[in-house]
Design a protein around this ligand. Structure first.
Ligand SMILES: Cc1ncc(COP(=O)(O)O)c(C=O)c1O
Length: 482
């Protein structure tokens, strides 16, 4: 029999303060990012900055940026945010763009733009895009959403894309090439200048995904750091995505997609002239666009100014340098690739040290550390806030390594077992199918009470545990002839 639905809306409304009290209580079991123990998802600095963002957001929480002529304030925010972005990305006055809801929307838009441009200008029917293996998962999403086939460029030893292979992938169906500054998994900046030369030679657009780097690399460079060129100074670069809600420290819901000129941007636009509701035009994916996010994005650029961002970049880089040096001092560990910006990953170079077991130990000591796969590693997205926890992190990392070395059986337990085995499941399609089923389960109106949180173990990822449990059970049945 179907279960009755839990009705989450009361028959009679409650007072505002009562609802707010409940909202606060819901936060109790969320990750506590304010003490610097979370290494992704949140870009928190301090309470003053947080309070400022909330105030700026609240002032425009009800305003809608759907129609740029209605709320002139919102269009002004957008124009000035794009202008500031073009400035730090070394663009000319021809650079144009849109404020989007986040990095994913910006990446999706680039794919739609270049697909439609290739259709229009070159009659390309079976569009393809060339992206390195380290491209953010948003690009794989864009491929599925917009029917653009991926040509995946393998990596060289230093984790940069193999440009010889990239060159061979270019054909008449290629609608765009992608490079990242930096890529998410290891923080390496792709060789954008060399990619730009190829892009120009074959007359193919080159997008730079600077969702992470866009609001920190420019300030690192202003501070005198050597950063390889990756922005509009590279002639072949035709567009850049840069998130303000990451290292711009804006409220969530603010990224930018900019293009070298309007010839590209117009393919991002949607216009429908025959709708009974009137002629409709839209610049990106969303219909209604959140005024609060734009106000906070504009506000935060004014709040920090270039000097403030340079200080944040300096603190972040100091934290990164100290963390990397501390990791490298541990003989069993190695930083992966050549990370330049605010993030890096490290792996075990000792057959006796399981890196995922080290991750479990770190989780046990109250850190929230992300895992990499192919190859296995631990990941750190470092913000200025982490400067104050560097020493504690490194002390705990040393302890974690010593514990795992002394107890090799930890490699076969908890999250280490799950992540390790999952990386070795040969049938990736099967993993995808099972994860998809379980993921969808969480979206029932009846609420399976987010199973993800339910059976949490030290891996912090029961979703993955379950996928694997299923696979292991299946393998066992198989091997026992069932
Ligand atoms: C390089 C890169 N591109 C795109 C994204 C997607 O951004 P968002 O999570 O804001 O959608 C991320 C997120 O971390 C990223 O690192």
């Amino acid at each position: 029999m179907d279960k009755p639905l839990h009705k989450a809306m009361p028959e009679i409304g409650q007072s505002g303060p009562e609802v707010v009290r409940q909202l606060d209580s819901f936060k109790e079991h969320d990750p506590n990012y304010k003490d610097g123990r979370v290494w992704s998802l949140v870009y928190y600095l301090d309470e003053d900055h947080s309070a400022f963002l909330k105030e700026a957001y609240h002032k425009f929480a009800c305003e809608n940026g759907l129609n740029p002529t209605a709320f002139k304030s919102l269009k002004r925010f957008e124009t000035e945010v794009i202008s500031a972005t073009a400035d730090i990305l070394n663009g000319t006055k021809d650079v144009c763009g849109v404020v989007t809801s986040g990095g994913t929307e910006s990446c999706l838009m680039a794919v739609k733009t270049y697909r439609d441009m290739a259709r229009d200008k070159r009659r390309v029917k079976y569009p393809e895009m060339i992206i390195p293996e380290t491209a953010h998962v948003a690009w794989f999403k864009a491929s599925e959403y917009f029917g653009v086939k991926i040509r995946l460029v393998p990596l060289l030893e230093d984790l940069t894309p193999n440009l010889k292979k990239l060159k061979r992938m270019i054909n008449r169906n290629t609608v765009m090439i992608l490079g990242s500054a930096p890529e998410y998994p290891h923080g390496t900046i792709d060789p954008i200048e060399a990619m730009g030369e190829l892009a120009q030679k074959y007359k193919i657009p080159l997008h730079v995904d600077a969702c992470v780097g866009g609001f920190i690399l420019p300030f690192m460079e202003m501070n005198g750091e050597h950063i390889p060129l990756w922005d509009y100074r590279v002639p072949g670069v035709t567009s850049i995505s840069a998130d303000i809600h990451k290292f711009g420290y804006a409220a969530k819901g603010a990224s930018t997609i900019t293009y070298r000129n309007l010839d590209y941007l117009k393919y991002q636009m949607f216009v429908y002239q025959d709708w009974p509701g009137g002629v409709f035009a839209s610049s990106a994916l969303l219909g209604t666009r959140p005024g609060g996010a734009y106000a906070a994005a504009w506000g935060v650029l004014q709040y920090f100014g270039k000097a403030g961002y340079r200080t944040l970049a300096r603190d972040t880089l100091e934290a990164v340098k100290r963390l990397k040096a501390g990791v490298e001092k541990i003989p069993e560990l190695e930083v992966m690739g050549n990370p330049v910006g605010p993030l890096f990953a490290y792996k075990s170079i000792s057959p006796d040290l399981n890196i995922f077991a080290v991750g479990d130990q770190m989780d046990g000591m109250g850190w929230q550390v992300n895992r990499n796969q192919f190859p296995s590693g631990l990941h750190a997205m470092v913000t200025a806030q982490h400067l104050k926890v560097v020493d504690q992190y490194l002390e705990d990392l040393n302890t974690a390594v010593a514990t795992v070395k002394a107890n090799p059986e930890l490699a076969g337990q908890g999250g280490a077992a799950t992540y390790g085995m999952l990386a070795h499941v040969p049938l990736r399609g099967m993993v995808k199918k099972k994860v998809l089923e379980m993921y969808a389960e969480q979206y029932r109106a009846g609420g399976s009470e987010l199973d993800l949180a339910g059976e949490s173990d030290s891996s912090g990822s029961p979703l993955v545990d379950k996928a694997l449990a299923w696979w292991v059970a299946r393998q066992t049945r198989k091997s026992s002839g069932g």
